[in-house]
Write a protein that binds this ligand. Sequence first.
Ligand code: MG
Length: 223
Amino acid sequence: MKSATLRGSGESIPVNKIICLGQNYAEHAKEMKFDVPTSPVFFLKPPSAIIHPGEQIILPSISNNVQHEVEMTVLIGERGKDIRRYSALNHVAGYGVGLDMTMRDVQLEAKKKGLPWSLAKGFDTSAPLSEFIPAALVGDPTSLSIQLKINGKVRQSSSTSKLIFPVDTVIAYISQFITLERGDVIYTGTPEGVSRVDHGDTLEAVLQHADGHVLASLSVSVQ
Ligand code: MG
């Protein structure tokens, strides 16, 4: 069973399910030639896809185009159904940074045929995940910076202020249909700048306060 760690608690929390937002930054929807959604779009990844800092991404042989998507991640600490937006952040244990690794060619083929994205998004090692920083230490989740460097070069850089659907809205929306439980992880969507990774690449992702103070970081390499 894969788990999440909450900094300072010494606790290892089993990850129950992973819910990922799609097309949650307008600039990324544009680069993918997707329409900007009018309500949150989400899909699931299996917890078996998680890897932790220092581990390796393994590229599946069926894809020639595995891409990085850096995203702020949210760890649910308290169970809830039909959560109201005004109290949604009370259900958050912490925030971190993750990579939603995607077999883009497999995804686009599935999309064209109207088939599910599960294979393109849920393969082993497709969910690198940092530790989580307690929500109280993070404060407002709507003004954080996320950044991804590959081999030392910045490839994605944005702010959670640009999320089309912010964390409270996402939690309220999802919990109408799917009960959120302690140990659930939400990937909040990627900004523009996605591109292919190659064998030997080193990916370094960070979640920071707007003043540059690093909250969470994640470093993984591609086998
Ligand atoms: Mg994504």
